[in-house]
Design a protein around this ligand. Structure first.
Ligand SMILES: [Zn+2]
Length: 484
């Protein structure tokens, strides 16, 4: 490796030295985002935004395939609407941004910049729903929301962020619960298959559930520093909002009933999760299914063979692009091949294709994987067929690698001293028994900074032991972790 190359990589702080700094170095250097003039806000640059668009496509298709339609509701919500549901307003009021003036005129009623849209959507649903024939009502919205956060971190917690929020209304509890769990499964499918990120599905505790919800379910992922990240939530809202907003329907039995509602969302923080689950000291490692650039073609063209190599490279580029691959060619003369290798590795491009004069003579190209560094030589005539297969393998390998990491970093203990030690030294997920009392939940949080991520579905069949905190008979096996 030349001197120039070494210095290039040095600009990224190693994960082991300072994980937070590594994260910031990578996202800035890969041009995912930049800091905005308003503190806590960020600019999502084209490379980061293309990643988001690709994620949107994969998730939007799944949302529509399960019968939902997209719509758009206003960003401004009258204060009186937010005030209607007590738990909801208590949950969101501390981080709400208010509009008090229109131009120079003071508004007669303050407006909330939406922190989430339950209230305005409920207001509309109360007008739209009259009969059981209007149900279920299945609507999703892609938009931005604003929550005035005190401590922010790019993608993970920002004052304004992008998300989708689904809002549905149903005839009864059974249908609402089915929807809530169906959408959680949709998130799991999307995150595991498209983002190559394994997750734990389960129910949130009373303390951690959404403000105003009956039950909240979540998918929880484990970052490579051993901290958890809530990657998506799905709420059964019960009839709380329906009662407050008077959303009733005439059922087929002639009775007037309240609708049962759900809401569910994932946000741009998933981008932060991708970075932290897959990234390494060389930079980003992006899953092929959502990577803005799936393959980077680098012609290695010494002066005397320049034209010949570039011609052939252009031919390969055109054929691969036509086959549907998201490919880019880097034929910039002012940078050395080594410099380019580092740059595209840092940007997390899943596959590098190199073609030099000797390769061309032999009718072949060199392929280098970002996920494991494996290099192989492939006939040029085979590239169009072979690369999609290879990208599938990369996608699968990334998932398995992350899954192995999660399994290796999931500990189990019934001993509180050991629990504390693990949380201090290794972190990761800890499976432990819990009595169901929120005082114990709070005590563990105060003493170890670990929270109950969720009560996992896959552990519901097992009999819990004694509560990790108070030692009484436990109700659930739960997952604890320190979280972003
Ligand atoms: Zn307890």
């Amino acid at each position: 490796m030349g001197k120039q190359n070494k210095e290039f990589v040095k600009e990224i702080t190693p994960q082991s030295e300072d994980y937070s700094q590594w994260y910031l170095d990578v996202i800035l250097k890969a041009q995912m985002m930049d800091y905005a003039p308003v503190k806590g806000c960020m600019v999502i640059r084209p490379y980061g935004y293309t990643l988001w668009e690709n994620m949107q496509q994969g998730l939007d298709k799944r949302i529509k395939d399960t019968g939902h339609q997209n719509a758009y509701f206003p960003i401004f919500i009258p204060e009186s609407l937010l005030q209607k549901e007590a738990d909801h307003v208590e949950g969101f009021a501390p981080e709400v941004a208010w509009v008090t003036h229109g131009g120079n005129e003071k508004l007669t009623e303050r407006l909330v910049v939406r922190p989430t849209s339950e209230t305005i959507i409920c207001e509309m649903y109360s007008r739209w729903i009259q009969s059981y024939r209007d149900l279920p009502l299945l609507i999703n919205q892609w938009c931005n929301v604003v929550r005035w956060e005190k401590v922010t971190r790019p993608f993970l917690r920002t004052t304004e962020f992008l998300w989708q929020e689904g809002h549905t209304a149903h005839r009864n509890e059974e249908e609402a619960e089915e929807e809530t769990k169906k959408m959680l499964a949709v998130y799991q499918d999307f995150v595991e298959n498209d983002l190559a990120m394994p997750v734990i599905t389960g129910q949130k505790t009373e303390k951690e559930k959404f403000a105003g919800a009956l039950r909240t379910y979540s998918i929880e992922a484990l970052m490579s520093d051993g901290k958890a990240l809530q990657a998506g939530t799905s709420h059964n809202l019960g009839t709380h909002f329906a009662k407050v907003f008077d959303i009733t329907y005439l059922d087929s039995d002639g009775e007037l009933k309240y609708v049962w509602q759900t809401s569910w969302g994932v946000t741009t923080r998933l981008i932060g999760a991708i970075i932290m689950v897959h990234g390494d000291d060389r930079g980003l490692v992006l899953p092929p299914k959502v990577a803005p650039i799936q393959a980077i073609l680098i012609p290695i063209a010494p002066k005397k063979a320049r034209e010949q190599v570039l011609d052939k490279a252009a031919e390969i580029f055109t054929a691969l692009k036509a086959s549907g691959l998201r490919i880019k060619m880097d034929d910039r003369e002012e940078y050395s091949p080594g410099w380019k290798f580092n740059e595209w590795e840092m940007k997390g491009v899943p596959l590098r294709i190199e073609v030099g004069p000797r390769d061309l003579e032999a009718g072949q190209a060199v392929l280098v994987r970002r996920d494991n560094g494996v290099k192989e030589t492939v006939a040029i005539s085979e590239l169009t067929r072979y690369i999609p297969v290879l990208l599938e393998q990369i996608q699968t390998n990334m998932y398995h690698k992350a899954k192995q990491f999660m399994e290796a970093n999931t500990h189990r203990t019934d001993d509180y001293q050991e629990f504390k030690q693990i949380m201090e030294e290794k972190r990761g997920f800890i499976v432990a028994s819990w009595c169901g009392n929120s005082d114990c939940e709070e005590t563990v949080k105060e003493e170890t900074k670990a929270t109950i991520r969720n009560i996992p579905f896959h552990l519901q069949q097992e009999t819990p032991g004694k509560c990790i905190c108070c030692g009484h008979e436990a109700k659930h096996l739960v997952i604890f972790a320190r979280a972003y």
